[in-house]
Design a protein around this ligand. Structure first.
Ligand code: DX5
Ligand code: ZN
Length: 219
């Protein structure tokens, strides 16, 4: 599949989300961060908003659920038409059952790991998911500095996917910018979330293309 860029609308203008999505029409995905104020100390948006974003987005919607009880809430996002739904390993009660449910509803299933969550306990679950999200900041806020300490986990995740002979994407999220994306790509990531580096740039479309070129050259 090659390099994919998923701009996070967390750093976009929340009063103008339709036009903000249009600015990243050249990206591969639109990353939508759902935070519930419990799993992370921040609150963003939920299903009614995502239902509309799916309808107006020029690119597929990549939902990142930072919520408690994803087993209860995540399938609704797949049913709403989000083409990827990622839930956190730390809050899922039955990750295999949930991933199967998401796939049955027509979405890709993503499994996310916070910086202190090891990948090893989840290696046997890889055939059940389409993407592993290795967080490169503590989830909750945009604009935080990239955590280089997470790179060895990106490397181990990529190696586990390769050893299993699977086509599971490895996504990184947090602090991705022109200054860090090459390190993440070199470690084995292939899907890159970027919020402030895209929406904080004067030309969001150009920022997407710059990130894509840097990652492609570093893979
Ligand atoms: C953080 C979110 C990210 C956030 C990334 O918890 O999951 O998607 O938008 O923002 P940047 O790219 O600014 O670090
Ligand atoms: Zn995210």
């Amino acid at each position: 599949m090659g390099v994919q860029i998923s701009p996070s609308i967390l750093s976009a203008d929340f009063a103008n989300l339709e036009s903000e999505l249009a600015r990243v029409a050249g990206a591969d995905w639109a990353h939508v961060d759902v935070m519930d104020g419990h799993f992370v100390p921040n609150l963003t948006l939920g299903l009614p908003v995502v239902e509309r974003l799916v309808q107006v987005s020029p690119v597929p919607v990549d939902v990142h659920l930072m919520i408690e009880e994803p087993d209860r809430w995540a399938p609704g996002y797949a049913e709403a038409g989000a083409q990827n739904v990622t839930f956190h390993a730390e809050s899922a009660a039955a990750p295999v059952r949930l991933a199967r449910e998401l796939r049955r509803a027509g979405a890709r299933a993503g499994l996310a790991l916070k910086p202190a969550t090891p990948v090893e306990p989840f290696v046997d679950l890889l055939p059940e998911v389409d993407m592993l999200l290795v967080m490169t900041v503590e989830p909750g806020f945009g604009g935080q500095p990239f955590l280089d300490v997470c790179l060895p986990k990106v490397r181990r995740a990529r190696e586990a996917v390769r050893a299993a002979g699977l086509d599971v994407w490895v996504q990184v999220d947090g602090g991705i910018s022109p200054a860090t994306i090459e390190r993440a790509a070199e470690a084995g990531a292939d899907v890159f979330v970027a919020g402030s580096a895209v929406y904080g740039a004067p030309d969001a479309a150009a920022a997407v293309e710059e990130l894509r070129a840097l990652a492609a050259a570093a893979c």
